[in-house]
Design a protein around this ligand. Structure first.
Ligand code: HEC
Length: 137
């Protein structure tokens, strides 16, 4: 099953339109937006984005502290990635509660998932004012 998923994820014919993008490390919203651009916006954009979630048009303020109407939990809960829907779906932590993994073609590299977790755990700041998080040990 795992092998099939890996093969499928690399199959250009099936997933040509949905690239996983580059592996992204960091903890700022800019880093998170790079993850979104590479692996999420193919589906999460336009007039009827997948799951009603637009990840293309600078969504930070629509994510932080905002509950998903479908899952009743915040997309990003500042300081707590493990109760944030973005991380719960990307990490496939509990598919029974949170639905299928995102992206549906298979989880991203752990480094990219960790980038989203690190941004949330550092307070999920929007915009450029996230420099202080880099000063922590
Ligand atoms: C191939 C299309 C596709 C890609 C790529 C994709 N998604 Fe999704 N996403 C969906 C679909 C379809 C749903 C609705 C089903 C569900 O909730 O699981 C969804 C739902 C979601 C939801 C729940 C939205 C809500 O409030 O109901 C989140 C959060 C999410 N996706 C995050 C992501 C993230 C983050 C990425 C990139 C790492 C991503 N998705 C990539 C198709 C996609």
């Amino acid at each position: 099953m795992i092998a099939w998923l890996l093969l499928a994820a690399c199959d250009d014919e099936i997933f040509a339109a949905v690239d996983h993008g580059a592996v992204v490390s960091g903890d700022t919203y800019d880093d998170v937006a790079t993850v979104f651009d590479g692996a999420c916006v193919a589906c999460h954009t336009g007039a009827t984005p997948a799951g009603g979630l637009d990840l293309a048009t600078d969504p930070c303020v629509d994510l932080v502290g905002v509950d998903s109407p479908d899952y009743g939990t915040p997309y990003a809960s500042p300081g707590d990635a493990t109760s944030s829907l973005l991380w719960l779906k990307m990490s496939d932590a509990d598919p029974t509660s949170w639905g299928g993994v995102m992206p549906p073609s298979g989880a991203l590299a752990a480094t990219s998932v960790d980038t989203v977790a690190a941004w949330i755990d550092a307070g999920a700041a929007c915009g450029a004012d996230t420099a202080t998080s880099g000063a922590e040990p």
